[in-house]
Design a protein around this ligand. Structure first.
Ligand SMILES: [Zn+2]
Length: 384
């Protein structure tokens, strides 16, 4: 048994109120746990123009060019939300009825603590015959704009000439119980802001005006009427949801000059943001008339096809919880979208039922089990 107690470390991390983008001491707590094991630690902060500065941590055990297994996660958390709704101080890290409570318990400080403890146990066992490397990529703005965290930190690691061979992201992937699911990919997400221009006029004299609302309705209907696809073996069907229609017209007898709408597309790997952009413009052009379309892509879809990494993970999970996890691509996007460019990546962490909610918590028993799962994943990866 190693010196890192994953419950104690998770508590110490929760006690740092690292609400995005604040570091609040969380990375220091982790660094203090890892350094005595022989990890080299680098703190890197990044600040893109017009954004808040974000601190990140890269920690690596092992020298040389052996295979590198990486764990990626974020030490930042979302705000507490309705403070009165919490039954305890969200940053006290209290244990009640075999559950560790606090903001970030599920998403995802306990998983970080579990991996640190697993790495220590693995290193203790294998120190003498272990040519590989273990890396922790811990960032500080996953819950924010995700500009100054994973993406530049990965680029910095690459610039140093370091290679990653596989990566597990510790997001809370399990819906109800530990072992439910591994995420092997994520859908892409794109938001469109559509402005349709017309000509203002009197509603009794429509021939002297051009009603942008009527065209907006036709345009939105043309993109929402039919399903985008039927899904794939690994992805559910893509979806398009109109999330807002705004005209802001106080007068019932005035045809307004412009009308606005917002929509969000969650798309699988039968599309890309580029192919969807072309498709949107084709549909909108068919309605004729003048429009502006602003598109914001927060992630392309990606898939790590079932293979060596997911099999090592699934086996480790089965050995600990007694059943095979499902391999899925559901849910929102995650920082794995940046990692997949560098190496195979899959996600497995705590039970996510309470993430981003008041009274966020994880079961103490799950912390012990996730630590064992991560240790077995390291055993599996470095078995050969
Ligand atoms: Zn998260």
């Amino acid at each position: 048994m190693g010196a890192i107690d994953p419950v104690g470390l998770a508590q110490a991390l929760i006690r740092c109120p690292s609400v995005t983008p604040a570091e609040a001491g969380a990375l220091g707590v982790l660094e203090k746990a890892l350094a005595p094991l022989g990890f080299s630690c680098w703190r890197q902060s990044f600040q893109a123009p017009n954004t808040a500065k974000v601190e990140n941590l890269y920690a690596r055990w092992g020298e040389g060019d052996g295979p590198c297994f990486a764990f990626a996660g974020h030490a930042d958390v979302v705000p507490v939300g309705d403070a009165a709704g919490w039954q305890q101080d969200p940053f006290a890290g209290e244990i009640r009825e075999d559950q560790l409570c606090g903001r970030g318990a599920a998403d995802m400080k306990a998983a970080i603590a579990c991996f640190a403890a697993a790495a220590e146990r693995f290193i203790d066992k294998r120190r003498s015959d272990f040519p590989g490397r273990i890396a922790l990529i811990i960032t500080g703005d996953e819950e924010g704009p995700a500009i100054n965290g994973t993406k530049p930190l990965l680029a910095w690691i690459k610039e140093r000439g370091e290679r990653l061979d596989a990566c597990v992201v510790g997001e809370p992937t399990n819906a109800a119980t530990l072992g439910d699911m591994i995420k092997i990919g994520r859908r892409g997400s794109m938001t469109g802001r559509l402005t349709v221009h017309g000509t203002q006029g009197h509603s009794a004299y429509p021939h002297l005006a051009d009603n942008p609302i009527h065209r907006l309705i036709v345009m939105l209907d043309s993109i929402s009427r039919e399903p985008l696809d039927a899904g794939t073996a690994h992805f559910q069907p893509s979806t398009l949801q109109v999330t807002s229609i705004d005209v802001g017209n106080p007068a019932s007898n005035v045809i307004p000059a412009t009308a606005h709408a917002v929509f969000n597309i969650r798309f699988n790997d039968t599309h890309s943001s580029a192919s969807l952009t072309r498709w949107l413009h084709e549909r909108f052009a068919a309605a004729s008339g003048h429009y502006d379309l602003a598109l914001q892509v927060s992630g392309e879809p990606f898939l790590t096809p079932p293979g060596q990494l997911s099999e090592i993970m699934a086996r480790a999970i089965e050995q600990v919880v007694g059943r095979r996890p499902e391999l899925t691509t559901t849910g929102g996007t995650s920082d794995a979208r940046f990692i997949r460019v560098y190496c195979p990546v899959a996600e497995f962490g705590m039970v996510g039922r309470t993430m981003h909610k008041v009274n966020e918590l994880v079961a103490i028993a799950d912390i012990a089990r996730l630590t064992e799962i991560y240790e077995r994943i390291l055993d599996g990866f470095f078995a050969v």
